[in-house]
Design a protein around this ligand. Structure first.
Ligand code: NAD
Length: 499
């Protein structure tokens, strides 16, 4: 059986804890590899390697660090097919979508190539007589990223792209469900010219995460995953004095105004609701048609499209989406569907009976559609994270705004309309972090920032963009005096002021 190890101090290092996790091939249901689960001592080895190289890496001038990022970008592009296959093999998403996963991460690497400009400080000349003030953004040191299964290329690159370009040394603790791509990215980063120890991968579970959260030499932690763990990572990490940003789960609504083009909306909802088997934190999981007429027409259009979804093996270009990541994840979604029925929602399409011919042990699940879902239902309140779209009907625009605004989660939201006024008002008023106007999955590009509100994110600073540079650096401000005529002789006992 293939063994997936760690990448520490520039080398593949076998796990020594004696503990392993199963890595499945979701298409066939077979265990395809064992991944080493690190002990605290193994995590510490990575921290030591990072501490050793940090002074050297932080002293490399920004332009040279940018060149490493440029090299890395072209290496990832050269290896795109291999990375996409690896990713799809362990995650189950279709190949074209796996390429998108790598590509969205690469965009952050492209952004990070601009680090000489991004890391510049500010300067005030003549703030007082002979006095200038300037600031600099310095790297934090050894930092870590704990990443989820659903974007094993993009999310590590969101984090380490900016962190490394800023001069930090980064340890990635990827999801134990699909660790191969993060391991390969670390090898490519070294090939690109980053010294050994600048990007390391330590595989593991809670033990490795706790080792990160409690290690005094790890200065900042970025986390992306489910809300319960995000909250845990945030509180434990900050109580150990670290800077932490922790992105959690979601329940993204799409508001459909009566004037929207329903054919267009149907296409968008099918793609955003069922793409990647709904295993995206920005998937649309609740459609909110405004008015009964809009709702009836929408359900009529959606039903045959959900029934016609082509669930298939990830390597088949005809597949709309592939299997779910694990049997456990698939069964959890099935349980939610059962619960939805019991709660009184109307199950318009039931995907539970879907069987994939020739792959009966694979983790496939057909698409499901619920109508008449209401805010008191548990299946509305919680994240399902599967190929299930729920329709929650709203009587008017105000109710449509209030649904996502009052929901516990606040990651993304979309509105479909031809009315600029309504869209503008919606964007200004809705209590959610990322808004799409006629865009179903409003994941901002790399030079903007990514982050939800409410229980979708803990901490104040978003991923990538200039916020990312802020997160991965600390600002130092220097006030200097070079007076004409030498040293002043008088002593001033008062707080210095500028009059
Ligand atoms: P998860 O929370 O199960 O795992 C995320 C990471 O935490 C993994 O590295 C995992 O090993 C680790 N982990 C799991 N259990 C732990 C525990 N008890 N203690 C310490 N660490 C633990 O999430 P997942 O299933 O890998 O990913 C799906 C979730 O991530 C969904 O909720 C999705 O909405 C969310 N997500 C959010 C965003 C965002 O930006 N807001 C992006 C992608 C995914």
């Amino acid at each position: 059986m293939k063994e997936l190890s760690h990448f520490i101090a520039g080398q593949i290092v076998k796990g020594t804890s004696g503990r392993f996790g199963d890595v499945f091939n979701p298409a066939t249901g077979e265990v395809q590899a064992k991944v080493a689960l690190a002990s605290r001592a193994e995590m510490r080895k990575a921290v030591d390697a990072a501490l050793k190289v940090f002074p050297e890496w932080a002293a490399v001038n920004p332009q040279r660090r940018a060149r490493v990022m440029f090299n890395f970008k072209s290496l990832v592009e050269k290896n795109m097919d291999q990375l996409a296959r690896m990713l799809s093999d362990e995650h189950g998403k279709v190949l074209a979508d796996a390429r998108g996963d790598v590509q969205r991460g690469l965009e952050v690497i492209e952004f990070s190539c601009g680090i000489p400009h991004l890391q510049k400080g500010e300067y005030t000349e003549g703030a007082g007589p002979g006095i200038d003030i300037y600031s600099m953004r310095q790297p934090l040191g050894v930092v870590a990223g704990i990443t989820p299964f659903n974007f094993p290329a993009m999310i590590p690159m969101w984090m380490f792209g900016v962190a490394i370009a800023c001069g930090n040394c980064f340890i990635n603790k990827p999801s134990e469900k699909d660790p191969s791509v993060p391991l390969r990215l670390a090898e490519l980063m070294m090939e690109a010219g980053a010294p050994a120890g600048v990007l390391q991968v330590v595989n593991g579970d809670k033990e490795a995460v706790d080792a990160i959260l409690e290690d005094p030499d790890i200065k900042a932690v970025s986390f992306v995953g489910s809300t319960a763990i995000a909250e845990y990572v945030y509180s434990r990490g900050t109580s150990h004095g670290k800077r932490v940003q922790a992105m959690g789960g979601a329940k993204n609504h799409a508001i459909i105004m009566p004037d929207a083009d329903l054919d267009q909306v149907t296409n968008e909802l099918i793609g955003a609701g069922y793409g990647s088997a709904g295993e995206r934190c920005m998937a649309i999981s609740v459609a909110v048609p405004v008015g009964e007429k809009t709702a009836d027409a929408l359900v009529k259009k959606l039903k045959p499209r959900v029934e016609a979804l082509r669930v298939g093996i990830p390597t088949d270009p005809e597949s709309d989406y592939g299997p779910m990541v694990t049997a456990q994840q698939r069964d959890k979604v099935k349980d939610y569907i059962e619960m939805g029925v019991k709660e009184g929602a109307e199950l318009v399409v039931d995907g539970r009976g879907f069987k994939m011919q020739g792959y009966d042990k694979g983790f496939y699940l057909g698409g499901s559609l619920f109508d008449r879902v209401t805010p008191n239902m548990k299946t509305y309140q919680e994240e399902i994270f599967g190929p299930v779209l729920q329709i929650a009907r709203a009587k008017d625009f105000d109710e449509a705004i209030s649904l996502p605004s009052n929901h516990t989660y606040g990651n993304g939201v979309a509105i479909f309309t031809r009315d600029g006024d309504a869209a503008r008002e919606f964007a200004a008023k809705v209590n959610v972090g990322m808004v799409g106007i006629n865009i179903p999955i409003p994941v901002p590009l790399a030079y903007h920032t990514f982050g939800g509100w409410k229980r979708s994110a803990f901490g104040d600073v978003n991923q990538h963009g200039t916020e990312g540079v802020r997160f991965w650096t600390k600002i130092k401000t220097v006030t200097q005096r070079w007076p004409k005529g030498g040293v002043r002789e008088n002593v001033d006992f008062n707080i210095p002021t500028m009059r």
